[in-house]
Design a protein around this ligand. Structure first.
Ligand code: PPS
Length: 499
């Protein structure tokens, strides 16, 4: 609704009030509300005040007053003509149908604190199902597409610096990046909250979809949305759950952008294992977990039966220098993607090695979002190297991709210093809380991931050519002769030297 019709509506309501009151009589105005925003109010009068205290549209008012049954007193601006007192929202709903657009700003006149500040985890999120507020002209699909949130979803990969992206966006561009008001750092809306993989989204009832939309959008404070703000969420497990793609498409009709960041698959898998180790005091050894996964892949036909598990490889003598893996020739990426998905269908706890098979995992995302230019994939090593060197190029790319003009928000960026909070790349590596992976394991895994990494350039572009080639024997600056010698020694003799 535009400002002029909002103003006209306000005028109309004002006239009604003028006619019905004598001097000093109470004026009542009701603001017609769609059901979209009612989730925000959540029966908390304070929330209502917060929402109303900001430059919100009148739509919130009805939802809040209806739910809380609190008397609310409002001054309408910019007309600023009168104060309305709501004694009983239900009654007002049946009597009046004023209408106020987003552009009008509402200020609370009454109540102890009209502009309380909302903290990130300040209150309980609403729990579905919401009490529906029916409105005849309401169309859930088209409603408020302009402000539909989020604009950007960071889908993973886990242990690939997703939290750093989050922090950088929040700390440096806080005013321009809106994050969800969920209890947990990661909303897990599509996978855990609604269990999208088990729902058939091609055949779903529109009312149900509308409920989902309402709930998901309810994670962000819409009153904070402006043209120079993007709403953002990160849930790194989305990437390994391709069955949520139809859910994203059906629910988020405003077509949000998808962001992924990929790290060297071996490092990622081991960092993930180290995290599990920290959480679980006695986890199985990494090599045992590798064996378990490899056997699974042989079973479903991802690897040929002649492939070796890590334990077999360790006992294989001189064969240790040849590849322990045998793949089926001519297998397409699509087939790999389907097979991997089948292995883990319905399995919430997907395993460490699996999560690093980027090409088959990303394939359905590229098919769905790549062609629409809605998918951006960053490389972790590049990202953190620039970040740690105080360069902001990637952030610029992310903001631009999500629809923000970087130049426009540039002024918001504080001076970045080499403060203690910003560690250099070398420091990150030194401060890791776990020991490096034994070189033999790394060598073994490099054969496995090498096969799948080689599919990335076709999928994502030439810049992904040889990105994580493990340079074990070449005379690279990273590997001195002494190191190479140590490593060869380890591979041949089974000693515990590490690169
Ligand atoms: N700037 C910078 N430089 C170097 N390394 C960095 C940086 N930021 C994050 N990291 C490393 O990224 C790993 C954590 O990734 P995530 O935040 O995605 O983890 S999580 O999925 O949210 O748990 C974690 O890796 P590991 O230390 O190997 O576990 C972090 O150390």
């Amino acid at each position: 609704m535009d400002t002029s019709s909002a103003a006209a509506a306000a005028m109309r309501a004002d006239e009604e009030g003028e006619q019905s009151r004598g001097p000093g009589a109470e004026i009542k105005l009701v603001l017609t509300v769609t059901e979209w925003y009612d989730g925000y109010c959540n029966n908390h009068p304070d929330n209502c005040r917060d929402l109303l205290g900001s430059s919100a549209c009148g739509m919130f008012v009805f939802g809040c007053s209806l739910r809380t049954q609190q008397p609310l007193s409002l001054t309408l601006k910019p007309k600023g003509l009168f104060v309305q007192t709501f004694q009983n929202a239900r009654e007002l709903q049946s009597k009046y149908h004023g209408y106020i657009g987003r552009e009008s700003s509402l200020v609370i006149e009454q109540g102890e604190s009209s502009r309380t500040t909302r903290t990130r985890y300040g209150y309980e999120r609403p729990k579905p199902p919401f009490e529906p507020i029916k409105h005849s002209s309401y169309n859930c699909r088209t409603f408020h597409a302009q402000w539909a949130v989020p604009n950007l979803i960071l889908i993973g990969a886990q242990k690939s610096g997703t939290s750093t992206i989050w922090t950088v966006l929040r700390k440096r561009y806080g005013r321009h990046v809106l994050q969800p008001y969920t209890r947990s750092f990661e909303p897990h809306f599509f996978d855990w909250k609604i269990g999208a993989p088990s729902i058939n989204f091609t055949d779903i009832d529109e009312a149900k979809l509308c409920d989902f939309r309402k709930e998901y959008m309810g994670y962000w404070d819409h009153t904070m949305m402006r043209s120079d703000v993007i709403a953002f969420e990160k849930t790194p497990s989305y990437m390994i759950t391709p069955n949520i793609i139809p859910a994203i498409e059906a629910i988020c009709v405003w077509r949000p952008k998808i962001l992924a960041i990929l790290r060297n698959p071996i490092d990622r898998a081991y960092s993930h294992y180290a995290m599990a180790q920290r959480r679980n005091k006695n986890p199985p050894a990494f090599s045992r977990l590798i064996d378990r996964e490899i056997l699974k892949y042989i079973d479903v036909g991802i690897l040929r039966k002649t492939s070796l598990t890590y334990s077999q490889y360790e006992r294989s003598g001189p064969d240790r220098f040849t590849t322990p893996f045998h793949f089926y020739e001519n297998r397409t990426l699509e087939e790999y993607s389907r097979l991997f998905n089948e292995v883990y269908a319905g399995d919430k706890q997907k395993e460490f090695l699996y999560r690093s098979f980027y090409a088959p995992i990303l394939y359905p995302w590229v098919i769905q979002f790549g062609k629409q230019d809605r998918l951006l994939v960053l490389q972790f090593e590049d990202f953190v190297a620039r970040e740690n060197a105080n360069q902001t190029t990637h952030v610029e790319e992310i903001l631009g991709f999500a629809g923000l003009d970087y130049m426009q928000v540039r002024g918001a960026e504080p001076h970045i210093s080499n403060s203690s909070g910003r560690r250099r790349l070398a420091d990150w590596t030194l401060k890791r809380k776990y020991k490096a992976m034994p070189a033999r394991v790394r060598f073994y895994l490099s054969f496995l991931y090498g096969h799948f990494n080689a599919m990335l350039p076709d999928l994502l572009g030439e810049e992904w050519q040889n990105v994580w080639d493990e340079d074990f024997f070449e005379n690279s600056p990273a590997a001195s002769n002494a190191k190479i010698e140590k490593m060869l020694n380890e591979i041949v003799n089974g000693s515990q030297a590490t690169l």
